[in-house]
Write a protein that binds this ligand. Structure first.
Ligand code: SF4
Length: 378
């Protein structure tokens, strides 16, 4: 029997500074901390391989996220990758992604990453207008994104993603259209377009509360979402998930695992895992993480075994984010398990969810309300 698909996520918890909207677990990089962390992560890879993953189970995707993975030196990232190869089996066509802030990557770094087997670079562009970047406290400039993409392509990368955000403070529809048009000129294979959300305890939330920054305008965000769908669709990108667009054949295999209830092992502080019907997460504290591994203990903080009903619930909630939707009988079984028959019938009657017999999926209008629908069906 073919073993179930498995992905590996590495959380690199450092950034040079915190963007105003960001609520991820991270530390501002200081001297000496990176090398200690790399040694801890290398130890965690070896320990986890012994305890969690059958040796014959190939890893189909590896994803370096964060934080900003490229604040580590390329030699540190490639050392981590070597350790992964030493303890786990990577599938022959394994997708290996590195997220990068455009201002933190040189030609030499890109060459080393490609040489080490990285197949996909993902640059956090966020906007192609410098004014937008400064209004969200995002370091860096648009010309650095252009340079990073040009260098990645010159180094030999053929699979390049750009992350974008829309609904930024004072951003207008026209400037979002300019951002999309500028990105299209760079010809990435993949684009992620996320609506700005205001997370608690961020500088953005405080700026909005003190009226130093306008709150996101939901109506405008919907127009921006529709604009992205139209412009990217016209340019040959296929929308395959609420926020993700790809040229044919370039959907992100690692992220697809999350939306199709695949299994993944997350390493690094705060990283989450889902294996054998159990969700577990690492401690979100770098010092505690290092201490645990120095004592030869995995830094796992909480562990929840999901019942069959909970596994189906998650498959429905995540799967509805995909344009291809989910098997119709999963939706109705979940509705019956959780007493959601009435709300499901209502979503169908409002044509926010569509069914074609075999599959159920969010309609075009439903995609604009994906988060609200997920909350209703949880
Ligand atoms: S670079 Fe990314 S992870 Fe780092 S603070 Fe900004 S948004 Fe957060």
């Amino acid at each position: 029997m073919t073993p179930p698909r498995l992905g590996l996520y590495l959380h690199i918890p450092f950034c040079l500074q915190r963007c105003d909207f960001c609520a991820f677990y991270l530390e501002i990089l200081r001297d000496g901390r990176a090398e200690t962390f790399v040694q801890s992560l290398i130890h965690e890879i070896a320990l986890s391989a012994q305890q969690h993953v059958a040796a014959n189970r190939p890893v189909q995707s590896v994803y370096f996220g964060g934080g900003t993975p490229t604040v580590l030196a390329a030699r540190q990232l490639t050392a981590i990758l070597s350790e992964i190869r030493a303890h786990l089996t990577l599938a022959a066509n394994c997708e290996i992604t590195v997220e990068a802030h455009p201002s933190t990557i040189s030609v030499q770094d890109l060459g080393q990453l490609l040489q080490a087997g990285v197949t996909r670079m993902s640059f956090g562009a966020e906007s192609m207008e410098d004014g937008d970047l400064s209004r969200i406290g995002r370091p860096g400039a648009v010309h650095e994104t252009v340079t990073a993409v040009t260098r990645a392509r010159a180094a030999g990368f053929t699979n390049i993603n750009l992350d974008l955000m829309y609904g930024l403070p004072s951003q207008r529809l026209e400037s979002w259209q300019r951002t999309l048009a500028h990105c299209l000129m760079l010809e990435p294979t993949h684009l992620s377009c996320y609506a700005l959300t205001v997370e608690e305890d961020t500088r953005l939330a405080s700026n909005i509360q003190r009226r130093r920054s306008p709150a996101p305008d939901e109506g405008l965000q919907i127009e921006m979402d529709e604009t992205a769908q139209r412009m990217l669709g016209d340019a040959g990108y296929e929308r395959y998930e609420v926020s993700n667009y790809a040229k044919p054949g370039y959907a992100c295999r690692h992220n697809l695992l999350y939306w199709t209830n695949g299994e993944y092992l997350g390493l690094g502080p705060s990283a989450q895992s889902y294996l054998d019907g159990t969700r577990f997460g690492n401690v979100a504290d770098l010092a505690a993480y290092d201490t645990s591994l120095a004592a030869n203990r995995l830094p796992i903080e909480d562990r929840t075994r999901l019942s069959e009903e909970e596994q189906l619930r998650d498959a429905v909630i995540f799967g509805l984010r995909l344009i291809q939707g989910i098997p119709t009988h999963h939706l109705h079984q979940h509705a019956s398990n959780y007493g959601h028959a009435a709300i499901t019938a209502q979503l169908l009657a409002q044509q926010l969810i569509e069914e074609d017999g075999e599959r159920s999926r969010l309609s075009t209008r439903g995609l604009l309300q994906a988060d609200t629908i997920a909350e209703q069906l949880y």
